[in-house]
Design a protein around this ligand. Sequence first.
Ligand code: F6P
Length: 319
Amino acid sequence: MKRIAVLTSGGDAPGMNAAIRAVVRNGIYRGLKVYGIRKGFSGLLNEDFVEMDLRSVADIIHRGGTILQTARCEEFKTEEGLHKGTEILRRRGIDGLVVIGGDGSFRGALALTRRGVPAVGVPGTIDNDIPGTDLTIGFDTAVNNAIQAVDKIRDTATSHERTFVIEVMGRRAGDIALAAGLAVGAETILIPEEPYSIDEVVDRLKKSVARGKRHSILLVAEGVGQATDIAAEIRSRTGWETRVTVLGHLQRGGSPTAVDRVLASRMGAMAVDLLLEGQSGKMVALQRNALVAVDLDEAMKGTHRPDLGLYTLARILSI
Ligand code: F6P
């Protein structure tokens, strides 16, 4: 193995830069030439390659986003796209590829491996929704971003004795809502993995108001539905002043936390080690605080489940 390449794909996540840095620095340390591919798989198809050196990843460990930029590429899901990408990597003498991204990106990595270009995945998404790993790069920062925002909303919610319905990201997963909801002491957390009844939600809110609570904060994962609809239901059943905040992309930006920087550095470095060991079609994963290599196809077949213990605990603690 002489030349490897690295790309980021799908939604960006804080910590991706630290992962790129680890791939580049560990690759060069081990005597490899390392190339960056800009804008994910679409950059691969457009041959947007850049040779990386030690300095090209200087001053990025603390930055959100991804210096390589990212994209969601429909063409790479087609047979023609995959064929073209494989040929480009072969012609350029790329012996291994590190793909930093979410499950959509890993399908591309797996398809390349099956076509003879060894690829390894590094899980980078704020959603924490990748089966096989306890944590993905960017999740911790996103949760912290959400917490900071909700803490601010809480000040005004208390002052006006209002109910706030706050929508957080997560695509189809409730992990951000669960972790942020527990951390801010939300009265109610709604996640797609746990069915709810609006009557029960309203009942709980009424009881907590009767116990003297001066505000109500509901954290709703976007996979459940729109916060505006839930707020309208609460308003029509209670007549309370209800406000909605959709936190949106502010959760995805900003300087990565220590947890994300350390995780990304470890995972990026290990991805290079795996390629050098001749392992491919693998994803670097965190399991019980240790890094392990899991089969990408096994991970793709699995189902991600959030820690529902957090859900139960949050309900107990918010009485
Ligand atoms: O996967 C990361 C994520 O931020 C999800 O939480 C969200 O549903 C989606 O990406 C938003 O995508 P986009 O940035 O394309 O609007």
